[in-house]
Design a protein around this ligand. Structure first.
Ligand SMILES: [Fe+2]
Length: 243
């Protein structure tokens, strides 16, 4: 079975459409998402419509949660906060209810999907190095897990002695059956690995082959929609910087 994976879509419809087309071309049987469908980007409703109509299973990310919480956003950076508050004003009850029902974890038996880390403390912790990956592996209940949150595609593996290795995820990679894995599928809508191209991932459960695809999309069209809604300039710039 071939699974398509979408990381942090962040309300970027232009990037999402390019990624969805790629997963169709790759003949994926299912498409799943690692959360943060909304936030940062200008088309939350349109992106949610696509996820809902295509029956893409997603976990809930921190931005999805901030939008539904309706509480003051005290510890969030002001740029993200502006868009979360704007997103709250854009989504009607149907979409909020959808976000409320998203699970924290999907257990697909062959693999797990979570947004940030399987270690839930701190909440929404970033797995960016071997030590935070080790904390994750101590709580990871399946051999393979896909996540997002950092917006940087990355492969963490753990050998039977518990040693953790961190590798960049830039092309095709075949999983070793002796190792455990945490695979960060990066971000569709706001890449942060200094490469502005959008990305989607496929995983073949029979061959254990992972592939990442990097693709151009119309960034200027997204920026125009952001500008129209008075989004902070930094958020427009980071899309073309990829960070
Ligand atoms: Fe995110």
């Amino acid at each position: 079975m071939k699974i398509g994976l979408l990381g942090d879509i962040h309300a970027n419809l232009e990037a999402l459409e390019v990624c969805l087309q790629k997963l169709v071309d790759e003949e994926c049987d299912y498409v799943m998402a690692t959360g943060d469908i909304v936030g940062y980007g200008p088309q939350p409703q349109e992106c949610l419509d696509r996820i809902i109509e295509l029956e893409i299973h997603s976990v809930r990310g921190n931005h999805d949660e901030y939008v539904i919480e309706q509480t003051p956003l005290l510890a969030i950076n002001p740029h993200a906060k502006y868009v979360i508050e704007w997103t709250r004003s854009q989504l009607d009850e149907k979409y909020l209810e959808y976000l409320r029902k998203l699970p924290d974890v999907i257990d697909a038996k062959d693999f797990l999907i979570t947004h940030a880390s399987n270690s839930r403390a701190p909440k929404w912790g970033y797995v960016l190095n071997e030590s935070s990956a080790l904390t994750n592996f101590n709580r990871q209940t399946r051999r393979i897990c896909f996540n997002g949150h950092t917006h940087v595609p990355m492969i963490f593996s753990q050998d039977p002695d518990g040693q953790v290795k961190m590798e960049e995820f830039t092309s095709t990679y075949t999983l070793n059956p002796e190792l455990r894995y945490l695979i960060n599928v990066g971000s569709v809508g706001q890449p942060r690995d200094k490469n502005p191209k959008t990305m989607s991932v496929t995983f073949d459960t029979e061959t254990s082959e992972l592939k990442i695809f990097r693709m151009d999309y119309d960034i200027s069209k997204v920026q125009a929609a952001m500008l129209k809604n008075k989004f902070p300039a930094r958020l427009l710039a980071r899309l073309e910087e990829g960070r």
